[in-house]
Design a protein around this ligand. Structure first.
Ligand SMILES: NC(=O)c1ccc[n+]([C@@H]2O[C@H](COP(=O)([O-])OP(=O)(O)OC[C@H]3O[C@@H](n4cnc5c(N)ncnc54)[C@H](OP(=O)(O)O)[C@@H]3O)[C@@H](O)[C@H]2O)c1
Length: 280
């Protein structure tokens, strides 16, 4: 049995969808009604990282766990690792982040993921770290201004990042969960090209078949917008991360995604074409 966490989120949803077709999969969800992956081999259990009893119930009989946490102000990985060790889980596949390998990345989110990775590596279980660059799907945050005025508003428009399709991250996760040979591996996962927000705007315009205008935010504007969506400490970490991208710290393209999947990593053009409806 494989337990998938984060199955109402970006990557976990894709992991659950792929596993649903292959064998028994259990999904841990705070609100089971929000889980859209269905199938005869899919079991959904209610639970959360705040409720240890729900975790130990969800982990019963589980061999491998896909571990997603998203709150850098909580120790959810520690709780999951403790419960997984106590219930006899064999393998953890953790969704981490590429930044952990960059010594210049000292922001709150990266420091939290470094601590989480350390916990997983020290657990005594088999482990695999997935370290993706930015998700292509982060551009969904541009949908509102694209729909209302044909504009993309973003910071540092010409800084580049080889963003990765979350579907590719999920395919790698499924391999790590179901195949041998991934124990103790740390996979940095990127897309095929380093792109700027200006490049992504052009690709989205092509996918939508209409022109889009790129409007560069200054750091104060970007920070103020982030603070409307996130706690101040998280917004500051995201600003720090954007600055590292401006300095060229995230531009490196890795072959890992293609090597593991045996085909080229999906391009942003493909992602944009497949998700044009979300911006239309
Ligand atoms: N976005 C990026 O560009 C990027 C790049 C590299 C790495 N990452 C890493 O990716 C991870 C986030 O992955 P994602 O974007 O796929 O996730 P996501 O879309 O943010 O979704 C988070 C998932 O975690 C669940 N969750 C949150 N709090 C929970 C709790 N207390 N108990 C149980 N479940 C809980 C959510 O369930 P609900 O539906 O109930 O909220 C949801 O299913 C983070 O660790 C981040 O550092 C992201």
């Amino acid at each position: 049995m494989i337990l998938v966490t984060g199955a109402t989120g970006t990557v976990g949803h894709q992991v659950a969808r792929l596993l649903a077709g292959t064998g028994p999969v259990r999904i841990l969800a705070r609100d089971p009604a929000r889980v859209t992956v269905k199938g005869p081999a899919v079991e959904v259990v209610q639970g959360s990282y705040e409720d240890r009893l729900s975790l130990s119930r969800a982990l019963r009989g589980v061999r491998s766990v896909f571990l997603v946490t998203n709150d850098p102000q909580q120790d959810h990985d520690a709780v999951l690792v403790e419960e997984a060790t106590a219930t006899g889980v064999r393998r953890l596949v953790k969704l981490s982040a590429a930044a952990v390998a960059d010594p210049a990345a000292l922001d709150l989110i990266t420091a939290w993921q470094r601590r989480n990775e350390h916990l997983v590596r020290s657990s005594g279980l088999e482990w695999t770290m997935l370290r993706p660059r930015s998700f292509m799907s982060n551009t969904l945050s541009w949908a509102r201004t694209i729909r209302s005025g044909g504009e993309v508003h973003a910071l540092y428009g010409r800084s580049r990042n080889p963003c990765v399709d979350p579907r590719d991250v999920a395919e790698v996760a499924v391999r790590a969960l179901t195949e041998d040979g991934h124990d103790g591996r740390q996979y940095t996962l990127t897309g095929p090209r380093a792109l700027s927000a200006v490049d992504q705007t052009a690709d989205l315009a092509q996918a939508l078949g209409r022109p889009l205008r790129f409007v560069e935010l200054d750091p104060e504007q970007a920070s103020a917008r982030l603070r409307t969506r996130y706690p101040a400490a998280v917004a500051d970490a995201l600003m720090h991360s954007a600055r590292r991208q401006l300095d060229g710290g995230k531009a490196q393209v890795e072959r890992t995604t293609a090597d593991l999947l045996g085909r080229p990593a999906r391009s942003f053009r493909t992602w944009a074409a497949d998700h044009a409806g979300a911006f239309a």
